[in-house]
Design a protein around this ligand. Structure first.
Ligand SMILES: Cc1ncc(COP(=O)(O)O)c(C=O)c1O
Length: 376
């Protein structure tokens, strides 16, 4: 069976995980967590980068940081993972979904302004497949209406918009190091990226269960105490050690993924020209990280037939998000602003092909051949 995904593993992780185990301190903010924090602050040129147990947790922290209150409205696409919405729903907000663009599957920046009311608190662009949303327009709208921008860059590590890393354009960014992402911290993990310095100190407090422990460790207070709401948003140093092994090989992982992505793209250009499929669109201002390779078929029935066909060839291909507004929880706590012209239709046509670090060329050739066979 050709799997859809395999946990990225370079070989460096083992020695760092063992080193962390032997250090005698595995709780949060150990040696490897600090190494990762410093690496990201330098790489992203952000105010603070804080590892979290998952991207879900990073988004939850972001919702607390912007002081989301019951009744606040948060704008996002419906074509996203549940955590994008849950983080704000947990604080009592109302979710306002905006339709996506069919070319990138990202929120349609031109429809956002119509969804803004005097209750709107933030816009949450989700950079689907590591391809940036149209951030200039989104940031200008946020400025005009005095809104926060929280980037859900779960899939966006090592992707850029006009040369700037995703996750660093809004007030706050959130990354995922889940097993399925380009870089993992051993199965689960995330990062909160603070770009707006007004959130820096409070982010540390919220992450430390609402205490000022980070200040205490730095020596700026002589005892630590409970000062705010918060939770346990720190990962174990074991997770950071695994991630550190990946960060050392970040270019190698990125290049390998990009070359698999390009091989798919080149192989399927003919299908695209024959109008049998649509291929991912990368706007000229975006540099992507080959997080995902998807095809869009004509409709749901053909897409499902294709998935079944690949399965019969021993290949795992999968669809992606079921739009949140059509799920039972999304239905209750959200409103779709305007018409769902593309969200449902485009999501039903999309299928993701196997792509991971260590994807053998021979296996990729089998996927390409099976795909071309299906369409012939
Ligand atoms: C867009 C998006 N946001 C958030 C998440 C949540 O990430 P995590 O599993 O690290 O909590 C995911 C997970 O796939 C995602 O795709």
């Amino acid at each position: 069976m050709i799997e859809f995904n395999k946990t990225p593993y370079t070989g460096n992780e083992e020695k760092y995980v063992l080193e962390a185990m032997k250090a005698g301190k595995l709780s949060g903010d150990g040696k490897f967590t600090k190494l990762c924090h410093n690496w990201f602050v330098k790489e992203l040129a952000c105010h603070r980068a804080l590892l979290t147990p998952s991207c879900t947790h990073a988004l939850e922290m972001a919702a607390i940081l912007i002081d989301t209150q019951p009744g606040d409205e948060i704008i996002m696409p419906s074509y996203t993972f549940v955590s994008t919405a849950n983080a704000f729903l947990l604080r009592g907000a109302k979710i306002i979904f905006v339709d996506i663009r069919p070319d990138t599957m990202n929120i349609n920046e031109n429809l956002i302004e119509a969804a803004i009311t005097n209750k709107t608190k933030a816009i949450v662009p989700v950079h689907y497949a590591g391809v940036a949303c149209e951030m200039d327009t989104i940031l200008a709208l946020a400025k005009k209406h005095n809104l926060f921008v929280i980037e859900d860059a779960a899939q966006g590590v090592r992707s850029f918009y006009k040369g700037k890393p995703l996750g660093t354009l809004g007030d706050i960014g959130a990354f995922s190091f889940h097993d399925t992402k380009n870089y993992t911290s051993g199965g689960e993990g995330g990062l909160l990226v603070i770009n707006n310095s007004k959130f820096t100190e409070r982010a540390e407090i919220i992450r430390e269960k609402g205490t000022n422990r980070s200040n205490f460790i730095r020596g700026s207070v002589d005892k630590y105490t409970w000062v705010d709401i918060g939770s346990s948003f720190l990962p174990s140093d074991l997770q950071a050690a695994y991630l550190w092994g990946q960060l050392e090989s970040i270019d190698e992982i990125n290049q390998a993924r990009l070359s698999s992505w390009k091989a798919y793209y080149d192989a399927f250009k003919g299908l695209k020209n024959a109008n049998m499929v649509e291929l991912p669109h990368i706007p000229s201002e975006c540099e992507h990280n080959a997080h995902m390779f998807y095809l869009k078929l004509t409709d749901l029935t053909t897409r499902n037939m294709f998935i079944d066909y690949l399965k019969s060839c021993g290949i795992a291909a999968v669809f992606h998000y079921v739009p949140l507004h059509s799920s039972p929880a999304g239905n209750q706590a959200s409103v779709f602003s305007g018409k769902d012209k593309f969200t449902t239709h485009e999501s039903e046509r999309l299928v993701r092909l196997p792509l991971y670090y260590g994807f053998e060329e021979l296996d990729q050739k089998k996927v390409i051949k099976a795909t071309l066979d299906f369409f012939s």
